[in-house]
Write a protein that binds this ligand. Structure first.
Ligand SMILES: *Cc1c(COP(=O)(O)O)cnc(C)c1O
Length: 325
C-alpha cells in the first residue's frame, strides 16, 4: 500500500535541531522537519501526496490532471511541476479573477505550463465536475485530484512520512513528544494520524487550523475523520472515526484564510533571523506562531521535545511581500 508510488521529490527530508530558538525556551528542545525542501519547484508537503495520486493517474492511463485551489495554492504549483515531470496535462481551477500581474505560486503555475481557469468565489474545486465533462468532450482521460490532494490516496504520502520520520528518530536516538503543523485540507493530518498508529510512534499531534471556512460544507474534523475511515478500510481495521476523535487547535485562525496578522509577521521574522529558515505567510507562519505561543505559555508539558513540520509555501512570500515586512 505505501509502496504504490512514483518518485517525485527528495526524501528523506532533513530533521534539524533549532539551536538558537531552543535557547529561548529552556523548557523545550525544538526540532524541524524540512518538507519545504521536497523538490517540485520549491518544495512543500503536497509532493508526498502527489507521489501516490499521480501513480494512480498513470495506472489509470489518464493524460490530463485537474485540481483546484486558491491563486497562491502550493498544492496547485506542485501538481503543475509534477505533471511537467511525468508529461501529463495539468489543468488548474483557481479562485478569484485573473489578476493583471502573475506572481508567487500563480506565476510558477504558469511557468510550469499549467492551463489555468479562474473560478471566482469557488476555490475548493466546486466546479471540477463540470470542467472534467468539458475536457472529456476533447478526448482527454481526466484524473481529478480533490482540493489539497486530500483523500486517502494522497494521505498515504503522510503514512509513509511517519515511517520516514521514525527511522530518522531511531537513527538519532531521539524521542519527539509533540508535532506541530499547519492543517488545512486535512490530508496531511489524516496521513500522520494513520501513520502514528500503524508505526507505533508515541507522539502527540498538535494540528493548527489555518482556514476557518468549511470545504464544500464539511468542517475539517469531519473531512479528516472521513479520510481516516477510508484508511481503516484499506488496512482492514474495524476502527471507526468521528469528528470528536480529531485533534484540531483553532486558536489562531480567526483572521481568516490568507490574511496576514501580527502573529504571522512575528513568527516569520523570528525563525528567519534566529535560524535562517523561511516560513510562508498563509500556512507555516500561522502554525509556527501557534507553536511559539504554546511554548511561551507552557500549554504543553515542559522538558519535552517538540517538532515543527515545515510544510513549505515559500513562493507565497513574494505575493505577500508588503504584508510581511
Ligand atoms: C497544503 C498546505 C498545508 C496543509 O496541508 P493539508 O494536507 O492541506 O492540511 C500546510 N502548509 C502548506 C505550506 C501547504 O501548502
Amino acid at each position: 500500500m505505501v509502496q504504490n508510488k512514483i518518485d517525485l521529490g527528495f526524501f528523506p527530508t532533513p530533521v534539524q535541531y533549532l539551536n538558537r530558538l531552543s535557547q529561548e525556551f529552556p523548557d523545550y528542545s525544538i526540532y524541524i522537519k524540512r518538507d519545504d525542501n521536497t523538490g517540485l519547484a520549491s518544495g512543500g508537503n503536497k509532493t508526498r501526496k502527489l507521489e501516490y495520486l499521480l501513480k494512480q493517474a498513470l495506472d489509470e492511463q489518464c493524460n490530463a490532471v485537474i485540481t483546484a485551489g486558491a491563486q497562491q495554492s502550493n498544492h496547485c504549483r506542485q501538481t503543475a511541476a509534477a505533471c511537467a515531470m511525468i508529461g501529463l496535462e495539468c489543468h488548474l481551477l483557481l479562485g478569484g479573477n485573473e489578476p493583471t500581474k502573475y506572481d508567487g505560486n500563480l506565476l510558477l503555475c504558469k511557468m510550469l505550463g499549467a492551463t489555468i481557469s479562474f473560478t471566482g468565489e469557488n476555490r475548493k474545486g466546486e466546479t471540477i465536475a463540470d470542467y472534467k465533462k468539458s475536457l472529456e468532450t476533447k478526448k482527454r482521460k481526466c484524473f481529478v485530484i480533490p482540493y489539497g490532494g486530500s483523500n486517502i490516496t494522497g494521505a498515504l504520502g503522510f503514512v509513509n512520512a511517519v515511517k520516514e520520520l521514525k527511522a530518522q528518530l531511531i537513527g538519532n536516538n531521539l524521542q519527539i513528544d509533540y508535532i506541530f503543523f499547519a492543517s488545512s485540507s486535512g490530508g496531511m493530518q489524516a496521513g500522520l494520524m494513520l501513520g502514528l498508529e500503524l508505526y507505533g510512534l508515541n507522539t502527540k499531534l498538535v494540528p493548527i487550523n489555518i482556514d476557518k471556512s468549511e470545504t464544500n460544507g464539511i468542517p475539517l474534523e469531519e473531512v479528516v475523520a472521513n479520510i481516516l475511515n477510508d484508511g481503516a478500510k484499506l488496512l482492514n481495521s474495524s476502527k471507526n472515526y468521528g469528528p470528536h476523535n480529531i485533534p484540531l487547535n483553532k486558536d489562531y485562525d480567526s483572521a481568516g484564510y490568507g490574511v496576514v496578522t501580527d502573529n504571522e509577521r512575528y513568527s516569520i521574522k523570528e525563525l528567519a533571523v534566529k535560524e535562517g529558515i523561511l516560513l510562508d505567510p498563509v500556512y507555516t507562519g500561522r502554525a509556527f506562531y501557534g507553536m511559539l505561543d504554546c511554548l511561551q505559555n507552557k500549554r504543553i508539558k515542559t522538558n519535552s521535545n517538540v517538532l515543527f513540520w515545515h510544510t513549505g509555501g515559500l513562493p507565497a512570500i513574494f505575493k505577500y511581500a508588503e504584508e510581511i515586512v
